[in-house]
Each structure stands twice: as C-alpha cells, then as structure tokens.
Design a protein around this ligand. Structure first.
Ligand code: ADP
Ligand code: 5GP
Length: 192
C-alpha cells in the first residue's frame, strides 16, 4: 500500500438502496483499511437502538438541520422518506486535512451530486441487492423499521436501482464475502 497522504481530497462513496448491505460492507472496509474513515452525516431521523450521536450520525432536530442549510454547512443534503440527511463539509474537510479518505454512505441523489463536484477525485460504488425479494427479507430481518417504513424503503429502492449504471462500479451483494472482496479491490486501487 502506498504511504501517500490524501492531499487532493479524494472521497469514496458507497451508495445502495436501504437494506442492500452497504453499512455492513462500509464497516468491513473501515476496519480493514486505516486510511479510510467514515464521514458522519447529519439527519433528522431518530437514532436506532445502539446508534450514538456523532458516530453513526449527528441527530438533529428539524430546526437545527434547517439552520445548517442556511449556513451552507452541507456539501449536499436530501430528503429521504420523511427525514433529511446531509453531508457536513466540516466532516469531509477534517478527514481530508488529516490525510484520510472520507467514506460517504449516502443515497443516490446526494451521491450523484458529490460525484459531479469531485469528478475523478471521487469513486462511487453502487451496492445492488440480488433481488427485490431478498431486499425485503433483509429489511424485515433487520427489525429496525416498521412494516410501513419497510414499504417506503422498498419504494425508494425501486427508484434508486434505476440509477445504478450512473456510478463507477456496481457490486451485487449476494454472497457478502465475495461482494466485500470486490469493493476492497476497487477502493485499494483508488487510494494507492
Ligand atoms: P444498508 O446499510 O444498505 O441499509 P445493512 O448493512 O444494514 O444495509 O444490511 C441490511 C441487513 O442485511 C442487515 O441485517 C445485514 O446483516 C444483512 N446483510 C448484509 N449483507 C448481506 C448478505 N450478503 N447476505 C445476507 N444478509 C446480509
Ligand atoms: P438510514 O436511515 O438507513 O441510516 O439512511 C437512509 C438513507 O439515507 C440511506 O440510503 C443512507 O445512505 C442515506 N444517507 C445517509 N446520510 C446521508 C447524507 O449525508 N446525504 C444523503 N444524501 N443521504 C444520506
């Protein structure tokens, strides 16, 4: 592995319909590659069990989120379901300045915006579920959303899947180890 620092400010985006396994794959990557660090986004959704403010997300009220929009603190932000999610400029800058490669786990529209801003200094990997049936099964198994919230996520997923080809790589997450090995190879090539 090269010891070069991330002076240019390259970013890595993992994008996928909710339930495809992108958090699982992102966490494997973060454990495996020291120079890749998670960029914590802000959201107005409530924390899930085990989630900690400032780690998975900065959990904000609608008013706090709105204030950050006004102050232009977001690189990008989007609505997702009934909530808002945004990438904080301060998080990305802090990581880049420390020589790390920020890893963004964001939805499709935000990912396309960041890709446009960063051009070749960004790599965007789309994680695809093997099928809609399997996606539904994973979302229900995760037990972090109600059946109704799962329906909303499946509707978003149908829309998001149409954009897969807009990204640099598409990896199907059927067998987790196989999918992870592909993602690791792509990221290793990008950062070395
Ligand atoms: P996302 O971040 O895309 O919403 P998660 O990483 O939370 O998705 O994964 C959704 C659920 O599917 C989790 O319970 C996770 O353990 C499971 N999962 C992830 N990858 C696979 C896989 N390849 N096969 C089976 N289950 C998986
Ligand atoms: P979840 O509620 O499952 O954590 O996230 C819902 C969706 O919001 C996921 O697709 C996730 O990747 C996306 N998301 C998380 N943070 C951001 C962000 O900062 N910006 C955008 N555009 N999407 C985000």
């Amino acid at each position: 592995m090269s010891s070069q620092k991330n002076k240019k400010g390259k970013v890595i985006i993992i994008v996928a319909p909710s339930g495809s396994g992108k958090t699982t794959i992102a966490n494997m990557l973060l454990e495996d590659i020291d120079r890749v660090k998670f960029s914590t986004s802000a959201t107005t959704r409530s924390p899930r069990e085990g989630e900690k403010n400032g780690r998975e997300y900065f959990f904000l009220t609608d008013e706090e989120f709105y204030e950050k929009i006004q102050k232009k603190e977001f690189l990008e932000w989007e609505h997702y379901g009934k909530n808002r999610y945004g990438t904080l400029r301060s998080e990305v800058d802090k990581l880049v300045e420390s020589g790390y490669f920020p890893l963004l786990d964001i939805e499709v529209k935000g990912a396309l915006n960041v890709k446009q801003m960063y051009g070749s200094d960004c790599i965007a990997i789309f994680i695809k579920p093997p099928s809609m049936e399997e996606l539904k099964r994973r979302l229900l198994n995760r037990e972090s959303e109600t059946e109704q919230q799962v329906q909303v996520r499946l509707e978003e997923a149908r829309k998001e899947l149409q954009y897969a080809d807009e990204f640099d790589y598409v990896v199907v997450n059927d067998d987790l180890e196989e999918a992870y090995s592909q993602v690791k190879q792509i990221v290793t090539n990008f950062i070395s």
